[in-house]
Design a protein around this ligand. Structure first.
Ligand code: UDP
Length: 238
């Protein structure tokens, strides 16, 4: 099947880097992400991955006891860089050429995020890992993913989650919960479906950037998602 998309952004939360119910880094988990990314890159699709940091630091949880929110958020952004570096090495260990670009400048370990540089790497079929969030406190890496996807002209934002899409209720608590195949941005916002934060959804809405929410742990899930198979929940203008 020909692939549907030319350039995509994948958002992986920090919990995709650690084993369930634990924090820190687990290389087996990272390898499973890397293998899925490798398969998608092998289709010739240009791939940028925005990494979260929640497995190490989430600003809202660290704030307090003398630590200001802005400081906690910078700590969170640095956490995303740790994940990005781990992902880079694991990807390279399986033969995928990558570059880490960061919004928090740390020139010893990664290139600064420069839009033109990011797109040039993508054209050269390098997998681009985007770390450091937006570089600003009070934002999230979901918003970063929306921002970068719009900025680099991606065709779609793929948001990896633990469940296979957006449900009417928590499927683990409510057996009658049903998966939505398609939603509009306004439905997500009005029904407070909690897919991504409002800033991220609004940005996608203004720029009509489709979002696919899917479970990266499913069998060949990422490959199937970029080939337009009916998995997850697609969020579109109408
Ligand atoms: N963060 C931030 N600005 C950004 C992106 C991230 O301040 O543009 C901080 C924020 O504290 C956040 C943390 O980095 O809690 C980790 O990112 P996020 O919570 O989005 O990670 P995820 O939940 O996806 O693992």
């Amino acid at each position: 099947m020909p692939s549907t998309y030319r350039r995509v952004v994948l958002k992986i939360s920090g919990d995709g880097f650690s084993r369930e119910m634990t924090s820190g880094i687990d290389t087996a988990e990272i390898l499973s992400v890397a293998e899925q990314a490798k398969a998608v890159a092998a289709l010739g699709i240009e791939l940028a991955i925005v990494v979260g940091g929640g497995n190490i630091v989430r600003g809202a949880q660290v704030e307090g006891g003398g630590i200001r929110r802005a400081t906690a958020d910078y700590m969170g952004m640095l956490a995303t860089l740790i994940n990005g570096l781990a992902l880079q090495d694991v990807l390279e260990s399986i033969g995928v050429e990558t570059r880490v670009l960061t919004a928090i400048t740390t020139e010893q370990v990664a290139e600064p995020f420069i839009r033109r540089r990011a797109t040039r790497h993508l054209e050269k079929k390098r997998v681009v890992i985007l770390a450091g969030g937006t570089g600003n406190p009070y934002f999230t890496t979901d918003t970063t993913a929306a921002l970068r996807a719009v900025e680099i002209g991606a065709d779609i934002l793929l948001k990896a989650t633990k469940v296979d899409g957006v449900y009417s209720a928590d499927p683990q608590k409510d057996p009658s919960a049903k998966r939505f195949k398609k939603l509009t941005y306004l439905e997500v916002l009005n029904q407070q479906l909690g897919v991504m934060d409002y800033t991220a959804i609004s940005l996608c809405m203004v720029h009509r950037l489709p979002i696919l929410v899917f479970n990266l742990k499913g069998e060949r899930a990422f490959e199937r998602a970029v080939q337009g198979e009916d998995i997850g929940t697609l969020i579109v203008p109408e």
